[in-house]
Design a protein around this ligand. Structure first.
Ligand SMILES: *Cc1c(COP(=O)(O)O)cnc(C)c1O
Length: 401
């Protein structure tokens, strides 16, 4: 048996089968490239679902992590540590907000936002206790906890995990009329992805986010943007909401905030929102730990310069120009996205997303299917133009007419 087959079969024997990974076993990675246990090289065009926006083994991030590893890695929030204030101050400034509540994973940040909205609803808005409603969109992806899957419309994510947490209202994504109709006096928040990643990189109709902003402001409802996948440079802006000039009340961040080194997530909002928490009401042992803060501080500094956003814009324009040339010619029926982020729909008659992903893997390109007939393309923002073009050549040879 090959080293690859051996590694896969022993993983299959002793890990829960909650994922269906491509049959490749990575041993090393740098920049936009990964190397498997047999020395084959692959161009990473998924970037850990945007957790690796700054590439594998980014020197600045590794140096920041290494320096912090030698000093102190964990204190718990029982004590202050000397990277915490700077992290909160700088992240709040990056978001144009006043306060930060750090957690670890994306799902925890979404849970934190849900708790924030409910508490704000009862203590600030005056919703009767126990009656808070949060409006969410169909086909959302916000994580895997029991509360979050309670408002998923994906059967795989949701079925047989009930009883479900009540208090959520689901409306079609991109439909302002349905959203307006769902908001009542007990609605405390609208929770949305500004671009739906897992659903296939769905960009809402122009004006939708602005409409959500106006509606939520008029009705005294929090607009909570889950920018875990869309944020931090991916779309060519620090936040995908910026494409419509929209500032939500609450940013939910994760993935790239930890630089692909450590899990770091956060909820960021003004004092009138995050100020609802008092000691003991929420927390996390690892949330805001010194190592996480040190890495995230470097991520924030890198985003402040704007060069990653610029790269995502320029390389993204190129990516979309080239992908759009494939539409209708071969296996590609539609392309969506923004910046260095694309969902490519495959004609189901010509192969599943999985089959296409496996063919691309054989050619040295790693992407992943989502929802059957879509592949998601999201290379690290540090990818070179030449490497992107090489990746596009491979895509063309598999998908072209
Ligand atoms: C990945 C993701 C999450 C969940 O993050 P985890 O770190 O996997 O818990 C939530 N929302 C969006 C939009 C995501 O892409």
């Amino acid at each position: 048996m090959s080293t690859t087959a051996q590694a896969i079969s022993s993983a299959d024997a002793h890990s829960a089968h909650n994922y269906h990974p491509l049959p490749v076993v990575i041993a090393h990675a740098e920049g936009a490239w990964m190397t498997d246990v047999e020395g084959r090289r692959y161009l990473d065009m998924l970037a850990g679902y945007s957790a690796l926006n700054f590439g594998h083994g980014n020197r600045r991030l590794l140096d920041a992590a290494r320096a912090q590893l030698e000093r102190v890695t964990l204190t718990s929030r029982a004590f202050h540590h000397d990277r915490f204030a700077e992290f909160c101050t700088n992240l709040a400034a990056l978001c144009g907000k006043e306060m930060v509540l750090p957690m670890n994973t994306g799902a925890e940040a979404v849970e934190t936002a849900v708790k924030t909205a409910r508490k704000w609803g009862y203590e600030v808005k005056g919703v009767p206790d126990g009656h808070a409603k949060i409006v969410v969109a169909a086909d959302n992806f916000h994580g895997r906890t029991t509360t979050i899957v309670s408002f998923s419309t994906d059967h795989d994510a949701r079925d047989h995990f009930g009883p479900y947490t009540p208090g959520f209202e689901i409306v079609p994504y991109g439909d302002l009329t349905a959203l307006a109709a769902a908001v009542t006096s007990n609605t405390v928040a609208v929770l949305l992805e500004p671009i739906q990643g897992e659903a296939g990189v769905l960009v809402p109709p122009a004006g939708y986010l602005q409409g959500v902003r106006e509606l939520t402001r008029e009705r005294n409802v929090l607009f909570m943007a889950d920018e875990i996948q869309s944020g931090l440079g991916r779309t060519g802006r620090t936040f995908a909401c910026e494409h419509e000039g929209v500032v939500p009340d609450v940013y939910i961040l994760g993935k790239a905030l930890g630089g692909g080194v450590v899990p770091v997530s956060a909820v960021v909002a003004d004092r009138d929102v995050l100020g609802v928490f008092r000691p003991g009401e929420h927390g996390s042992t690892f949330g805001g730990n010194p190592l996480a803060c040190a890495v995230a501080l470097e991520v924030i500094a890198m985003l402040r310069g704007g060069e990653y956003q610029q790269r995502a814009t320029e390389l993204g324009d190129h990516l979309h120009r080239e992908l759009n040339l494939l539409v209708g010619g071969g296996a590609v029926t539609a392309v969506r996205g923004r910046g260095l982020w694309a969902g490519v729909d495959i004609d189901p008659a010509l192969g599943t997303g999985r089959e296409i992903s496996e063919k691309l893997m054989e050619l040295g390109v790693l992407v992943k299917d989502t929802h059957g007939s879509t592949i998601r393309i999201a290379p690290p923002l540090v990818i070179s133009k030449e490497d992107l073009d090489w990746g596009l050549d491979q895509l063309r040879s598999v998908l072209g007419g």
